[in-house]
Design a protein around this ligand. Structure first.
Ligand code: H2B
Length: 96
């Protein structure tokens, strides 16, 4: 899968307004805060199951109720459409 060019990324970003771009369009970033650890880990579990299903995994960290996520395609060394698909999935899970 090919790394997206800057001109391709800008319109796709509109579909994931909660995400910001890393330096040099290297990744998509989002920080989420939940009520407590149980809610944060439940969210991570739902995302992890989907990530493994589509073989596309987030770089993330968790401290208590906070989850910091960075998405990029390691093989492409940048962003691909798979990152935007996973970001959209994460946004849907976060709303529940
Ligand atoms: N996740 C992400 N974010 N980027 C990848 O390039 C990637 C992945 N590659 N998950 C997959 C796994 C690859 O390593 C396996 C072998 O399919």
């Amino acid at each position: 899968m090919n790394r997206l060019a800057k001109s391709q990324i800008q319109p796709l970003l509109k579909s994931v307004p909660s995400w910001t771009l890393g330096v040099n369009e290297a990744c998509l970033k989002r920080t989420l805060q939940f009520k407590d650890f149980n809610e944060a880990f439940g969210f991570m579990t739902r995302v992890a199951i989907q990530a493994d299903k589509i073989d596309h995994h987030p770089n993330w960290s968790n401290v208590y109720n906070k989850v910091e996520i960075e998405l990029w395609t390691h093989d492409a060394e940048g962003l691909t459409t798979k990152d935007f698909e996973l970001a959209q999935f994460i946004d849907r899970v976060a709303l529940k």
